[in-house]
Design a protein around this ligand. Structure first.
Ligand code: PXP
Length: 251
């Protein structure tokens, strides 16, 4: 499987982070989502965290009503989140690990450690018509486990690759990129749809976008930050342009 056009999911969590910093009604993440759609996003991603530090339950409701593109609902594997997902039936659900004390999703899900529980957890989501994705590190054991539990999609965690780049550890970055490439090929060979995301920027997106098996990238923090300087529409458009350029092999 290889996508001609790589899809871009824009994660609007941090519009809500800014709103919540003042307890105000603005900036409105739903307005941001609509703008991102118009600017070329193929979908919108939002993570409803257990502590509701950014996206709220009302945001999810508003997104489900307002969006014309698919919502990718990121959530931890808890009963509360499962009930919310089953109520809204978003196009996609991405299961992520979640720790209260973390600043962001630090690692991938340890699918192999709780295979049985996760298999039972995702079954009703799949039955409800949601495309289930599991956020994991580029690790063969986790990919095999995600496949066994019946996930349709894996999202490969690009955080380590991006961190190595930011720290100037280019040998480690390149080794991680190699691992991501190999594991994308492996997951694709099992019939899994492959996505990737976390920490991607204009500087790091192209080598990931160039991996032929990857069908979707989910990008948030950098785009929302960049929107402060150039506006959300150009910030999304530039990411889209770099992804398309990488896909066409012109990088
Ligand atoms: N994909 C997943 C599964 C995530 O948890 C996140 C962060 O919420 C992202 C992508 C987007 O990461 P970033 O905000 O660093 O671009």
């Amino acid at each position: 499987m290889s996508a001609d056009k790589l899809r871009l999911g824009v994660n609007i969590d941090h519009v809500a982070t800014v709103r919540n910093a003042r307890g105000s009604a603005y900036p409105d993440p739903i307005r941001a989502a609509k703008l991102a759609e118009e600017a070329g996003a193929d979908g919108i991603t939002a993570h409803l965290r257990e502590d509701r530090r950014h996206i709220s339950d009302a945001d999810i409701e508003g997104l489900m009503e307002a969006l014309t593109s698919p919502l990718n609902f990121e959530m931890a594997a808890t009963d509360e989140m499962q009930a919310i997902a089953l109520r809204h039936k978003p196009h996609a659900v991405c299961i992520v690990p979640e720790k209260r004390e973390e600043r962001t999703t630090e690692g991938g899900l340890e699918v192999a450690k709780e295979e049985n529980r996760l298999a039972h957890f995702i079954a009703p989501l799949r039955d409800a018509g949601c495309r289930v994705s599991i956020f994991i590190a580029a690790d063969r054991r986790q990919i095999e486990a995600a496949h066994r539990i019946g996930a349709q999609v894996i999202e490969l965690h690009t955080g380590a690759y991006c961190d190595f780049h930011a720290e100037g550890k280019f040998a480690e970055r390149d080794a991680e990129l190699e691992r991501l490439a190999e594991m994308a090929t492996f997951a694709d060979s099992l019939g899994l749809e492959v996505h990737a995301g976390h920490g991607l920027t204009y500087d790091t997106v192209k080598p990931i976008a160039a991996l032929p098996e990857i069908m979707e990238l989910n990008i948030g923090h950098f785009i929302i930050g960049e929107a402060i300087f150039r506006g959300l529409t150009p910030a999304v458009q530039e990411m889209r342009r770099l992804m398309d350029e990488a896909r066409e092999g012109t990088n």
